[in-house]
Every structure is written in structure tokens, then in C-alpha cells.
Design a protein around this ligand. Structure first.
Ligand SMILES: *[C@@H]1O[C@H](CO)[C@@H](O)[C@H](O)[C@H]1NC(C)=O
Ligand SMILES: *[C@@H]1O[C@H](CO)[C@@H](O)[C@H](O)[C@H]1NC(C)=O
Ligand SMILES: *[C@@H]1O[C@H](CO)[C@@H](O)[C@H](O)[C@H]1NC(C)=O
Ligand SMILES: *[C@@H]1O[C@H](CO)[C@@H](O)[C@H](O)[C@H]1NC(C)=O
Ligand SMILES: *[C@@H]1O[C@H](CO)[C@@H](O)[C@H](O)[C@H]1NC(C)=O
Ligand SMILES: *[C@@H]1O[C@H](CO)[C@@H](O)[C@H](O)[C@H]1NC(C)=O
Length: 465
């Protein structure tokens, strides 16, 4: 990371009004290329893991091949670290209050609970979360510098405040880096959030679910998670209960205390370099089980494990095809035809596209693109490693500030343009087309292979009784 970006980072942190000098600085690197503190624990927080790069886990080099030139990029990014949603805020606060009121003794690792003050806003980005997105904008510019110099990304965000704010922070990271680039066209406007897609069951939105009625009424993931929780939580419950005399805990309470470790860590400092005391209440293997529990929720909720998971990613996949090929969107699922047929709200001539969404927006899109078609159904009773799941886990796919890059490239000695997809810096070899040693397919084959999306997939099953 060039020195300049470091300066920009400190400026950004200062601008956020964050307090300086966190403890245990030496245990972390920085968040420039993803959060790298307490990795045994923090990479096992499922969708509550701060972003971390999987470049070192990628069996194919994530670098842009030297004989190739990237000509187009679609990025899709999850919002950064946030505070708990309103509902969870109420539940977590009530649990902590009950512990503070009922426990006869709070000692050792539990002593901090005596004075722990639960007070957070609902669902908005934490300063650390804003910074994650600012860093993501810098990283995007630096990776695609040749394109960023004289192109302005076209940006869309789903309408939740944290998603729009994420797009804005990313835009700032992109533009600040461009501004410092001697070779960039400084006459160009800074990127803005061009389109906000309304959320809710009356709006067609390709970046957020809620339209697919049968999906919204499905309990599949909850049921799978409840069964797995019954398996892994019971021994934790016995231990924690023994330290909290006077308090009666449930399985859900244990999950909540584990959630608190992640939320409290991303809330307490602007670089998440101070581990929450909640984290010490659990062991490394318990974090692996918690992480798997989160993966089951995503897999059987929003991904291939749910018959209607991929259905909700069809609309975006068809928009991606339109952008890659420069042809109008053809979709009868979740796209908004009014927006997608206008050159103002859905131009087809841009080079850089950046969309912002949620974890539950990203997973269906990965599934509709078939990125995890090589993953066998996840065991519902036993923790599987990412090797066993062929790279699928909640933490590997949708941590805070997760991002997918779809790259189109022209290469020496190749007549056709090639498509490549990276998820959190890990090259995901494509399915549905014959990929080369670098995981790439020709554009035509890639589009051909997306027949599930092009045929509107199983969208109709959203509404049959
Ligand atoms: C708890 O935190 C809130 C917000 O920071 C603060 O206003 C309040 O005074 C704190 N309460 C206690 C008991 O420290
Ligand atoms: C489509 O987008 C337009 C323009 O933002 C909006 O007015 C309309 O409500 C949207 N319709 C649906 C079904 O999403
Ligand atoms: C705390 O004590 C109250 C009053 O006895 C009881 O109703 C409540 O269930 C207890 N909560 C927990 C979590 O133990
Ligand atoms: C919203 O999606 C439905 C289902 O595909 C479609 O019938 C309707 O025309 C769409 N509305 C808009 C404004 O695109
Ligand atoms: C794309 O087309 C629109 C409408 O014709 C035009 O205003 C805009 O400048 C074009 N953008 C690029 C990047 O060429
Ligand atoms: C992924 O698998 C599904 C279900 O078998 C199939 O419909 C889809 O076409 C596959 N996608 C790709 C890109 O291979």
C-alpha cells in the first residue's frame, strides 16, 4: 500500500472523529487490505467477520495476468461493519440487563459484565465499517488504476442507510486515490450513488430480497440452524451457566453472547483492533462451530441449499449479462423495467460498475451465477472445513465489506474476451462453461452457461402454492 493511502486513511479516521491509540496494536496489521487481527477468532464470525482478503487462500493468483488488460469491471460489495439491527439491539440489551440483575456473582472473564454499558444505534455503519468501505474504494482504484484514471464508476445501492453510506464511503476512497494520481483525468466528476433501489416487498430490487413470496415464508434455514445449535451449544451452555449463578440461559442466549463478541469488537474502535471481552468466554473450536452455524444459515437460506435461494439472484445476473454484452436487460424476475430501460439509470456504456448490497443480497447472486455449483450440500450435523465445502462459508463469501469483482479482459494471443470472477480476492473458477487454468471462460461461453438466469430460472416457484 503506497504511503499516500496511509495518509488518506488517517485523514479518513480523523474525519470520522474516532478515538486514537487502540490497545494491542501489535496483534494486528491494518485494515488497508482487510482486517487482520485475532484471525483465529475474527475469521470465524460468519457474516459478522470484518472483511479479510482471501488472496493467500486462492489457488489461482488473483493478480491481473500480465499479458491481459482489464476492459470492464462489475463490483458488488456488501456494506461495512454495522451495529446490530433494532430487534437484536433490544434482545441483546435485555439479555445483558438480565445477567446484570440476576447474577449473584460475576467473576474472572465474566467480571466485565458488571459495568458493561449496552448502548448502540440500530443497524448503521460503525466508524470501522465506514472505514472498511473507504479502504475498499482505494483498493478498487489501485487494482483497476488503468481504468479508474479516465472512467467514473456507475454506482447503485440498495436503499438501507448503511448500504447507501457504504457506497458513499467507497466513492470517497476511489476519488481520493484518483485525485492523488498524476495520470488520472482530474476533469472527471467524482462518482456518486447514481441509483438507489428501494427495499420492500412492493419494489423490484435486484440488490435485496423480499419479492419471492414462498422464499419469505420458508423456515428451512432456521430449522437447520436450530438443529445444529442444539448440537453445539449444549456444552457451552453448561459452562457459561455455571459462571452465571442466578441466571437461566437458553440456547439462543449463547448465540447472542457470541454475536456480542463480533459486534462489540467492530464497534469499540475505528480499526477493530481491540477484541471485545465477550470473545474470551468461548474457545477457538467453539468459534469454528459458531462460524459453521452461520454458514448453514446462508447456505440453506440464500444459497444453493435452498431451492429459492438462487432465484433471487437471477435479476442481478441478467443485469450483469446486459452490462457485459452491452445489450438491454432481459429479465422477468426482480428487475425494475422502468429503471433498467433508461440510459440514465441503467447505462450500458460504462466501464466500471459498482453495486452495494447486503449479505443476503450477495449470496443469491453468487448462487444464480453458479459460483458454488461445486459445493455438495453442507452437513447439517458436523462442521465442514472450507476445503470440504469447496470454498463456501459465510465468512469467506459475505463478511462485512465482502466484495465480488467480475472482470472482463483482453489478452495477447486470445481472440475472445475472457471473464473472471473473484470473491474477496479469491479467484472462483467458473461453472457452466469450460474454464482455463486461470479460472476464466470466454465471454460468450460464460453468458451461455448462465442459462439458469437467462431463462428466469425457477422464479415462478416463488408464487406457486
Ligand atoms: C452508557 O453509554 C451512553 C452512550 O455512550 C451514555 O450516554 C451513558 O451515560 C452510559 N451509561 C453509563 C451508566 O455509563
Ligand atoms: C421502479 O422504479 C421507479 C423509479 O424509481 C419507481 O418509481 C417504481 O416504484 C419502481 N417500481 C417497482 C415495481 O419497483
Ligand atoms: C431474571 O430474574 C427474573 C425475576 O426472577 C426472571 O423473571 C427472569 O426470567 C430472569 N432472567 C434470566 C435470564 O435469568
Ligand atoms: C416487477 O417485476 C414483476 C415480476 O417480474 C414484473 O411483472 C413487473 O412488470 C415489474 N415491474 C417493473 C416496474 O419493472
Ligand atoms: C454513455 O451514454 C450517455 C448517453 O448517450 C452519455 O451521456 C455518456 O456520456 C456515455 N458515457 C460514457 C462513459 O461513454
Ligand atoms: C448451477 O447448478 C444449477 C442447478 O443444477 C443449474 O441450474 C445451473 O445452470 C448451474 N449454473 C452454472 C453456471 O453452471
Amino acid at each position: 500500500m503506497p504511503v499516500l493511502s496511509r495518509i488518506l486513511l488517517s485523514t479518513a479516521v480523523a474525519a470520522l472523529g474516532a478515538s486514537a491509540s487502540p490497545v494491542s496494536r501489535s496483534s494486528c496489521d491494518s485494515i488497508e487490505d482487510g482486517y487482520t487481527c485475532f484471525t483465529d477468532i475474527s475469521h470465524n464470525w460468519g457474516m459478522y467477520s470484518p472483511y479479510f482478503s482471501l488472496a493467500s487462500e486462492s489457488t489461482i493468483s488473483p493478480d491481473i495476468p500480465s499479458e491481459c488488460e482489464v476492459t470492464f469491471v462489475q463490483s458488488l460489495t456488501r456494506h461495512g461493519a454495522r451495529y446490530p439491527t433494532a430487534k437484536k439491539n433490544t434482545a441483546y440489551a435485555a439479555l445483558i440487563k438480565a445477567i446484570q440483575t440476576n447474577a449473584t456473582r460475576l467473576e474472572g472473564d465474566y467480571a466485565f459484565l458488571k459495568t458493561y454499558n449496552y448502548s448502540w444505534p440500530a443497524a448503521t455503519l460503525t466508524p470501522f465499517g465506514t472505514n472498511e468501505l473507504y479502504q475498499a474504494g482505494i483498493k478498487f482504484y489501485e487494482r483497476y488504476e488503468c481504468l479508474g484514471r479516465d472512467n467514473v464508476p456507475f454506482v447503485r445501492a440498495s436503499s438501507a442507510d448503511r448500504v447507501v453510506a457504504s457506497g458513499e464511503a467507497w466513492n470517497s476512497g476511489f476519488q481520493d486515490t484518483k485525485f492523488a494520481d498524476w495520470f488520472a483525468d482530474q476533469s472527471q466528476a467524482a462518482p456518486i450513488v447514481n441509483v438507489v433501489l428501494e427495499e420492500g416487498d412492493t419494489f423490484n430490487n435486484t440488490l435485496d430480497h423480499s419479492l419471492c413470496t414462498n422464499f419469505e415464508n420458508s423456515d428451512l434455514a432456521d430449522d437447520v440452524q436450530a438443529e445444529f445449535a442444539a448440537i453445539f451449544v449444549s456444552k457451552i451452555l453448561t459452562r457459561v451457566q455455571a459462571h452465571l449463578h442466578g441466571v437461566t440461559l437458553t440456547t439462543t442466549d449463547i448465540i447472542y453472547l457470541m454475536d456480542m463478541c463480533a459486534f462489540d469488537t467492530v464497534a469499540r474502535t475505528s480499526d477493530a483492533s481491540e477484541l471485545s471481552p465477550f470473545c474470551n468466554l468461548f474457545t477457538k473450536s467453539e468459534w469454528e462451530e459458531y462460524n459453521y452455524y452461520a454458514s448453514l444459515g446462508k447456505y440453506y437460506g440464500y444459497s444453493n441449499g435452498n431451492p429459492l435461494g438462487p432465484a433471487q439472484g437471477i435479476g442481478f445476473t441478467n443485469e450483469l449479462i446486459a452490462r457485459l454484452t452491452g445489450t438491454p436487460v432481459q429479465d422477468e424476475t426482480s428487475t425494475n423495467h422502468t429503471l433498467d430501460s433508461s440510459a440514465v439509470t441503467f447505462p450500458l456504456n460504462a466501464t466500471l460498475y459498482a453495486d452495494f448490497s447486503h449479505d443476503d443480497g450477495l449470496e443469491p447472486i453468487f448462487a444464480a451465477m453458479g459460483l458454488f455449483n461445486g459445493t455438495r450440500p453442507l452437513s447439517e450435523t458436523k462442521v465442514e472445513s472450507v476445503e470440504q465445502t469447496n470454498g463456501f462459508s459465510a465468512a469467506w463469501t459475505v463478511p462485512f465489506a465482502a466484495r465480488m469483482y467480475v472482470e472482463l479482459m483482453t489478452c495477447e494471443g486470445e481472440e475472445e474476451q475472457l471473464v473472471r470472477v473473484l470473491v474477496n480476492d479469491r479467484v472462483v473458477p467458473l461453472y457452466g462453461c469450460e474454464h482455463d487454468g486461470l479460472g476464466r471462460c470466454t465471454l460468450d461461453d460464460f453468458v451461455d452457461g448462465l442459462s439458469f438466469a437467462r431463462s428466469n430460472g425457477n422464479w415462478a416457484s416463488c408464487f406457486t402454492s
